[in-house]
Unconditional design. Structure first.
Length: 238
């Protein structure tokens, strides 16, 4: 008598791969495996351990920055060894940080800041700032929905895009919900804007950090205002 045999693990895996391929879903995504990854010392050729995203924070009519320049900023904390540190504990390395450029450098040292944990909110948290669906506190400026932008009532808007590899103005898409929950990817462009209700986050242009993103990704782009500052390499700390 013929009996139905239960499919073995190899057959099940093959079936899952086939379904993913037919549906257009990348295999890593089907496993929930997504960068940036914590470096593996046993794999010197491991990819996706250092990602970059351009960030811009807009306040009514201008990009926020510090003394570093318009719309860009330095990381505010350092470990005793000189690596970017977390605001809550300067002895701990911050795997999401910036280097005088407004670019989010994603170099995770632990799983808590890798993969799907690499969010805009974690970056803000590491920097000692705050971000939600209704406002932000960043570089000494705090805005909440209903606060004034000039004579008008303002609100938080945000948009994201992916650098297209050109010097043209980039395409941004307005998003809804909490921007702090947005999971970052390599070459992302993220705009957080507090603007009057008749202004959209995708209409204010590219953030000033975009040329620095291009350089971080390996393209020697020089902004119109002058040369880029030297970006020190990040180091890991235990």
């Amino acid at each position: 008598m013929w009996r139905r045999r239960r499919a073995g693990p190899a057959i099940i895996v093959a079936f899952v791969v086939l379904v993913a391929a037919c549906s257009g879903t990348p295999w890593p995504a089907s496993l929930g495996s997504v960068g940036p990854f914590v470096p593996d010392g046993r794999n010197p050729f491991q990819l996706d351990t250092h990602w970059h995203a351009a960030l811009g924070v807009y306040d009514c009519n201008h990009w926020l920055g510090d003394a570093t320049g318009n719309g860009i900023w330095n990381w505010p904390y350092a470990t005793p060894q000189g690596a970017p540190a977390r605001a809550q504990d300067p002895n701990l390395y911050a795997g999401l940080h910036s280097h005088d450029d407004g670019v989010i450098h994603m170099e995770p040292a632990v799983q808590a800041e890798a993969g799907r944990n690499a969010t805009v909110g974690l970056y803000f948290d590491y920097g000692g700032w705050k971000l939600s669906s209704t406002g932000y506190s960043f570089l000494g400026t705090t805005q909440d929905n209903g606060d004034k932008c000039g004579d008008e009532s303002g609100q938080l808007e945000w948009a994201v895009g992916r650098w297209d590899g050109t010097g043209a103005e980039q395409k941004l898409v307005v998003k809804h919900g909490d921007p702090a929950r947005y999971k970052l990817y390599n070459a992302d462009i993220v705009v957080i804007a507090f603007v009057p209700k008749n202004v959209s986050a995708d209409s204010i242009g590219d953030p000033p950090s975009l040329p620095y993103l291009e350089r971080a990704l390996g393209f020697p782009v020089i902004p119109p205002s002058g040369s880029l500052p030297t970006t020190p390499p990040a180091t890991f700390s235990s």
